[in-house]
Design a protein around this ligand. Structure first.
Ligand SMILES: Cc1cc2nc3c(=O)[nH]c(=O)nc-3n(C[C@H](O)[C@H](O)[C@H](O)COP(=O)(O)O)c2cc1C
Length: 148
């Protein structure tokens, strides 16, 4: 049976910088909900920017994104990609989590200068979807290293 899977990628900015504790709470909540909805993916956190990929059925991803969009903990959401995929890129992660380092960001993002001056929602930093997909792909295939 063919089971259609899509992925959705967006970037956003935290309303106020999130402490490690607040991020841990967010991840715990997300992983619990994602497990139930069979959603997998990865959340990147760079200064006050987020980039996240959600993978799953069209209905589950859209329903989850609708909740994420309303979340007052972040703003300026920029939807970058919604498209069918042949296979999940993060099948083992109910939501992986990474803090990419400056070197990686400078290599992958055309307009990246420093985390405070170059938020991931800025089109000068992430000019198109392929750049976001390429950044996230740096973490694909790493098993359980960054999440559960
Ligand atoms: C950056 C960020 C990433 C999030 N990722 C997820 C996620 O992957 N899955 C999820 O169910 N909720 C995620 N949330 C939390 C949702 O926004 C929301 O709080 C949660 O789903 C509960 O929804 P409710 O408050 O409408 O019940 C995320 C929130 C933020 C700010």
């Amino acid at each position: 049976m063919i089971c259609d899977v899509i992925h959705l990628i967006y970037a956003s900015r935290a309303v106020t910088p999130m402490s490690d504790g607040a991020l841990a709470d967010l991840l715990r909540q997300s992983r619990e909900l994602n497990q139930r909805a069979q959603i997998t993916g990865l959340l990147l956190s760079v200064a006050d920017s987020f980039m996240q990929v959600l993978e799953g059925s069209d209905a589950a991803v859209q329903e989850t994104y609708a909740r994420i969009e309303r979340d007052p903990r972040h703003r300026d959401l920029r939807l970058l990609v919604v498209e069918p995929i042949a296979d999940r890129q993060f099948p083992d992660w109910s939501m992986g989590f990474e803090h990419p380092d400056d070197q990686l960001l400078a290599r992958v993002l055309p307009g990246y200068l420093a985390p405070q001056t170059a938020p991931l929602v800025d089109p000068a930093v992430v000019p198109h979807a392929a750049v976001a997909e390429y950044l996230l792909l740096q973490y694909a295939g790493r098993g359980l290293a960054g999440g559960v």
